[in-house]
Design a protein around this ligand. Sequence first.
Ligand SMILES: [Zn+2]
Ligand SMILES: [Zn+2]
Length: 229
Amino acid sequence: MEDLAKFLQLCAARYPHLCPRQVLGIRIAMLAGKILNLDLPQTGKRLFAFMECDGCGMGGVAVASGCAVEHRTMRVLDYGKLAATFVDTQTGQCVRIRPHPGCRQAAEELFPAEPSRWHSQLRGYQALPDETLLIVQPVALNISIKKIISQPGLRALCECCGEEISNQREITWNGHTLCRSCAGDKYYCPIAGEAGSNIKNTRLPVVGRTSNSAVNLRRRFSPRMLQRE
Ligand SMILES: [Zn+2]
Ligand SMILES: [Zn+2]
């Protein structure tokens, strides 16, 4: 558990508090390194993590694995689960690791005299053996890791909004290049009367038959096409 102490220190240096979820994240990443036979935290980009929640669990996984959103070696999925799938991008081997459903209770039984359950969990998650704390599931990806990583330097322009798109995230529809937002997969909507920018968009090409080609293009786009990743 020498590594655990090191990772706890790293966590303390990066975050203002140490909590049970960070410890779980650290243990999850440590076990992934053991199973995939990789030295962690990585300094390169060989290991890729799909993290199924944000917050402290993600912090622990990031510290101990070296996988990071900013290095494009981690993708955070909003499933609300403290679980992660690790992909060895050299071998293609994937493993998903999640907390054992009984780990809370096991931690509290191991350290019953702590001032609170939170404190029991904080200590217990450091001390419990892997098999009591975590569950390992060998998995295969339904999506292409190569597509997710993409190639550096690739750029496209959305024909609707004129914004630049990196990493091949554009969607091609009927020969048109669209960003995900313009293709209908939008997490925001503009406030009526507010222009997005005071710079006039001169790049919007005329597509379709009406002069308001952007609207026309959006209307014609089928949301069903957005199901693919
Ligand atoms: Zn926390
Ligand atoms: Zn667009």
